[in-house]
Structure formats: C-alpha cells, structure tokens
Design a protein around this ligand. Structure first.
Ligand code: GLN
Length: 321
C-alpha cells in the first residue's frame, strides 16, 4: 500500500517521541568502561535524516559520545567494499549469536565462523580484514575516512575513552586470541584488536549517526553530500546484519516491537535504518541489561509507532512537503 506522510508530521512525531522518552528513569551507564560510567546520564538526543537529506535534530544532538558498537556497522560496510559481501560471509559469517555482544561461548559454539561482524568477535575479525594489511596507520585512515564519508563529517577520537578501554579490555583480548586459534584473524592480532578498540572510542553525534543511517537507507548514496559511499548491493546486506543481531540477544524482541532494524552501542547510541525512507539515531547513556540505551529505544519505537511505519509492513512510504 502507498503511505504518504508530510514532513511536518514526521517532525511532530520526532518531537512527541523525544518528549515521551525524556523522563524515563530506567537503566544505568555502562560501568565496565570507566569513562562511560562517568558520562552525564541526562544527555539525550534524537536525530532523523530522510533520504532526501531533510534533517531533524532534537535535544543533545551535537554532543560527541562514544560510538562503541555502532562502529561495527561502518567497518562491516568497509570490509564488504574491500572484499565483497560474499567475502565477509565466507570469512566472518552473517548469523545471529543470540548471546551477549562479548560472548566467548558464542565463538566456542561455532568454532568455524565468528558469526557476524556486528558482535565483538566478528568486529575484531573485520578490523583484521581491512586493507592495506600490516599497516596500522593506513588501516585506521581507511576506517575513519569511511565513517566520515558515511556521516558527511569526520568522527573524532576521544583519547580518554581509548585509554580507558585499552586498559580494561581483557575479555576482548581473549576473544582476539581465541579467534586467532581458529584462523579467523587475517592480520596481526594485537593490531586488529587495537583498531577495534580505537574505532569504539570514536566520538560521534546523533546527527552524524542519522546521516550514516540515511546513507544506508539510501542505498549507499549520502543524501547530504550526494557522494556515493558504497555500491547499492551492499545496502540490503548491511541492513540484514543490523536486523538480525543489532540488539544482540534482544534483537528479535526489538524488531518485533519497533519495526526498524537498529544497532546499539554501550555509549548509549542507537542507529536505525528504514530502507528507502529514512535513518534515525538516538543517544542517551543509561542502558538496559543487554547494553542497549533505554531512552533511545523508547524514542525510536515511539517515532515508528506514531507514524505507523515498519520494515515488514509492505508499504511504499513517500514523505513529502
Ligand atoms: N567497546 C565495547 C566492547 O568491546 C563495545 C561494546 C558495545 O557497544 N556493545 O565491549
């Protein structure tokens, strides 16, 4: 069915969703990374970018927070650009783990593939795949240039977060070496882990993440800069990964109740992709037990519900003035 919605209605839905989520009190900042534990818990931003480039920003949308696991999305895209979607499927996989993001058990259960580039294991493996191999600086440049192209502006390393995370990432070190044992690290192990840790420590705003999401929704063409960042064939592949594992062990519940594939990070960010229609991002530090932002989830869900949108609805959505 065709569904036509005015831009004014989308703006109002975003405002209402923000107001509905603003005073929720549940959840707590991530406490296993010292920097994140100390971020102001009241920060809250909601950003929407339509595939025509129209942008909506409400609240703390210019605050640079830790991108954390949302960084797994752009690096998975880069691995697909460099090695094709089939190459990523073969070297990492595309299967939900049904387990927490940092699960070692998930690797042991599937000692062939690290499952998906959107959990820690697969993301470390994806960092190891990034070209040019063996050159940490050049790989870092490729990773950050790709994020800048997706967002239309560059991310910025939060040095304090990088230090905080590097000095406490013992579980991830275990994951990286276990993957090496299964021949699923395709470059130097310590370098791959360090690139993963550094990309998680990038500061990003919800406005930037909404543009990244809209670039994916728009088939790889950034709607603000009009730059083609990746081939259209990659868009459904990355959206599939987001839809199947973006909220870890809670992904099914999330997609069932919200109708939008979304990826979370323990910095409090959430990035949602509605293919062909819009990208949405929200940020608020307090997390639920699976590491997903409480307010960001509530806001994105309320936005989708009030507009009657859903990826499985089968509607052709047209948003116009
Ligand atoms: N850097 C964090 C970690 O590796 C990212 C986790 C997340 O955002 N879910 O634990």
């Amino acid at each position: 069915m065709d569904k036509t919605i005015s831009i004014a209605r989308v703006r109002q839905a975003a405002r209402d969703a923000y107001d509905a989520a603003k005073n929720l009190s549940g959840g707590a900042n991530a406490n296993y990374i010292p920097y994140l534990a100390n971020i102001d818990s009241d920060l809250f931003g909601l950003s929407v970018t339509l595939v025509d480039g129209t942008s909506i920003s409400i609240g703390d949308t210019s605050y640079k927070f830790g991108i954390e696991s949302v960084s797994k999305v752009p690096t998975a895209i880069l691995a697909m650009i460099q090695h094709s979607p089939e190459g990523v499927l073969e070297k990492i996989g595309a299967d939900a783990t049904g387990l927490p993001f940092n699960s070692i058990f998930a690797i042991l259960l599937e000692n062939d593939h690290p499952s998906t580039p959107l959990v820690n294991a697969g993301a470390i493996s994806a960092c190891s795949m990034i070209e040019p191999k063996g050159d940490s600086d050049a790989k870092w440049k490729a990773i950050t240039d790709n994020i800048a192209a997706l967002c239309g502006s560059a991310p910025e390393l939060i040095d304090e977060l990088y230090k905080s995370e590097s000095s406490t990432n013992f579980n991830n070190r275990a994951i990286a070496w276990l993957l090496k044992n299964y021949s699923r690290i395709y470059d130097d192990v310590d370098m791959s882990l360090d690139l993963y840790t550094r990309q998680c420590s990038l500061g990003i705003t919800s406005d930037q993440l909404a543009v990244m999401a809209a670039t994916i929704a728009n088939g790889g063409l950034n709607p603000l800069t009009k730059t083609r960042v990746f081939d259209p064939e990659i868009a459904p592949k990355i959206t599939t990964l987001i839809a199947t594992v973006g909220f870890y062990q809670n992904t099914g519940d999330w997609l069932y109740t919200s109708g939008i594939p979304a990826k979370s990070g323990v910095g409090g960010g959430v990035l949602g992709v509605l293919p062909g229609v819009l990208g949405i991002a929200a940020f608020a530090p307090p997390l639920d037990g699976a590491g997903n932002s409480v307010k960001a989830q509530a806001a994105v869900k309320a936005f989708m519900q009030s507009l009657g949108l859903g990826i499985m609805n089968g509607d052709r959505v047209i948003i116009q003035n």
